[in-house]
Design a protein around this ligand. Structure first.
Ligand SMILES: Nc1ncnc2c1ncn2[C@@H]1O[C@H](COP(=O)(O)OP(=O)(O)OP(=O)(O)O)[C@@H](O)[C@H]1O
Length: 261
């Protein structure tokens, strides 16, 4: 199972929107996908999907539910673990709670891809998710503060571990603008920090995406023929390239890395 962590330096750049739509594209390509809301305090994957969760990861941490019991189908071919303020405590879970989470994974298998939507910034829990995941996808827009903050999170992750990072440029006016931004960020990353940054795609600025948020229905479902939907599908295919066998860890390995056990 692959674990993909979708993150950003600055908030509001499209992480949640992209996590859902990439997840749908990956599910439609025949993979079994689980979406995990790792956004602290501002958990909103379920809101964008129009779902009201009965249980969240907080119930797992407290030992009251197993992960399998809190997973909800979204109706779009992929499943969801709703976010919770409980995730904020992951950095300082006690031994009993750690064991609750690890135990909760028993009997849960069959997923090919786990997509984690993190909060923004370089807080402790965002970094934990990024370091525990196989792949980190940094989302940026062309906005100068988004670019500066993207570099901030890239530096923060690479300072801990030299892992290959991926870049997804959102809300661009053209392919040329996306290329310019990707070139700028990849060249500073190559020059100043240890590690690599590879651009995996771009998504145009599209008012239909904003409308899909208001409708609480995924863009790929409402507007499958839009050019932006096509760019999302292409990015999704790039993200699942390579051999599945290279990602054998499963949910267990991910949560053990996350919790530092
Ligand atoms: N390519 C796009 N074109 C137009 N609007 C977009 C695009 N991508 C995202 N948006 C809009 O930007 C807003 C923020 O998106 P989203 O909530 O996905 O960002 P986020 O990075 O998850 O935010 P947060 O950091 O608060 O969790 C939403 O209203 C969404 O509709």
């Amino acid at each position: 199972m692959r674990t993909l962590c979708i993150t950003s330096g600055k908030g509001g750049v499209g992480k949640t929107t992209l996590a859902i739509n990439l997840g749908i594209a990956i599910a439609r390509a025949g993979r079994k996908v689980l979406l995990l809301d790792g956004d602290l305090g501002l958990a909103n994957l379920n809101v964008l999907l129009g779902i009201i969760p009965r249980f969240t990861l907080h119930d797992v941490v407290r030992g009251q539910r197993s992960l399998a019991q809190i997973i909800m189908p979204t109706g779009y071919g992929l499943d969801l673990v709703a976010g919770a303020s409980g995730i904020a405590e992951l950095a300082d879970l006690g031994e009993i709670e750690r064991q609750n989470v690890i135990k909760s994974l028993q009997g849960l298998s069959g997923y090919d891809v786990l997509i984690i939507d993190t909060g923004a910034g370089i807080g402790d829990s965002v970094l934990r998710f990024a370091l525990a995941a196989d792949e980190v996808i940094v989302v940026t827009t062309p906005h100068p503060t988004s670019l500066t903050d993207a570099y901030g999170i890239i530096k923060a992750v690479l300072a801990q571990e030299a892992k290959p990072l991926k870049l997804l440029v959102n809300s661009v006016a053209s392919a040329a603008e996306a290329r310019r931004i990707a070139d700028r960020l990849t060249s500073v990353t190559d020059r100043f920090v240890h590690g690599t940054l590879e651009c995996v795609g771009y998504v145009p600025l599209d008012p239909l995406i904003e409308k899909s948020i208001l409708a609480q229905k995924p863009h790929l479902v409402l507007n499958p023929g839009a050019a932006s939907a096509q760019r999302i599908r292409e990015t999704a295919m790039r993200l699942i390239e390579g051999r599945e066998e290279d990602f054998r860890g499963g949910l267990g390995r991910f949560f053990k890395r996350l919790l530092g056990t």
